[in-house]
Ligand binder design. Structure first.
Ligand SMILES: N[C@@H](CCC(=O)N[C@@H](CS)C(=O)NCC(=O)O)C(=O)O
Length: 217
């Protein structure tokens, strides 16, 4: 089985370690599946060939011997089908895994982005400071609910799954934010996820790609 994921050659330092090809890299490590990386060349993200693979010109895109795919959530669900290490076997638990993956992407990630991205992409603009308070209140509510679900649970379902990979990569955006520390159960869950060797290897591999392609100073 030959598995390929796409990655940028290099991104600015603030984004290094956070590019979403981290998700399939982590899942494939957990599953013990080898993969290779298609590094996008100059202008390739806008090429017709790449848009046929990833319509928005983003990463990650994925292909194996059977399918080509885009959207990290869809990619992870596909990878989960290849390995018992990534998904519960019980039908109810497997359904919950899908629900939690959608929750991470749909109910939580946009609120994390709302809090973090204005300060990254609109630093210094007048509206950003006023936006933070309401944005923080919204993610605070979500974290409170997530904390309630995690009471008595190590993982989102009865075992570690791709839902935890997506949730952890979403929550990681809050690591420097006081709002996460107000929910110690969620912070501990995040630490538990990020302590997995599969994550550490994924992060190292992504950073190695960027280091190898760093622009000359
Ligand atoms: N919903 C997509 C989002 C992918 C995404 O945002 N990728 C970013 C890198 S983390 C990207 O390619 N950004 C460049 C762009 O949007 O043009 C997924 O989860 O796969």
């Amino acid at each position: 089985m030959s598995i390929v994921i796409s990655s940028f050659a290099w991104v600015p330092p603030f984004a290094q370690g956070y590019v979403k090809d981290l998700r399939p890299r982590w899942a494939l490590n957990e599953a013990g599946l080898d993969y290779s990386v298609h590094i996008l060349g100059d202008g390739e993200a806008d090429s017709a060939a790449y848009r046929a693979w990833q319509p928005f010109g983003q990463v990650p895109a994925y292909r194996d011997d059977a399918v080509t795919l885009f959207e990290s959530g869809a990619i992870l669900l596909h990878i989960a089908g290849k390995s018992p290490a990534l998904a519960p076997r019980d039908a109810q638990e497997a359904a919950l895994m899908q629900a939690w993956m959608f929750s991470a992407l749909n109910a939580i990630e946009p609120k994390v982005d709302n809090l973090i991205l204005p300060g990254v992409f609109h630093a210094g603009e007048a509206w950003v400071d006023g936006f933070r308070g309401p944005a923080e209140a919204l993610i605070d509510l979500r974290l409170k609910s997530l904390s309630g679900w995690l009471d008595g649970r190590d993982w989102l379902t009865g075992r570690f799954s791709v839902a935890d990979i997506v949730m952890a990569t979403v929550l990681r955006g809050l690591q420097e934010e006081p709002v996460l520390q107000r929910h110690p159960r969620v912070a501990a869950y995040l630490d538990r996820c990020l302590a997995r060797p599969g994550f550490e290897r994924a992060l190292a591999a992504q950073l190695a790609t960027f280091a190898a392609n760093a622009p000359a100073a």
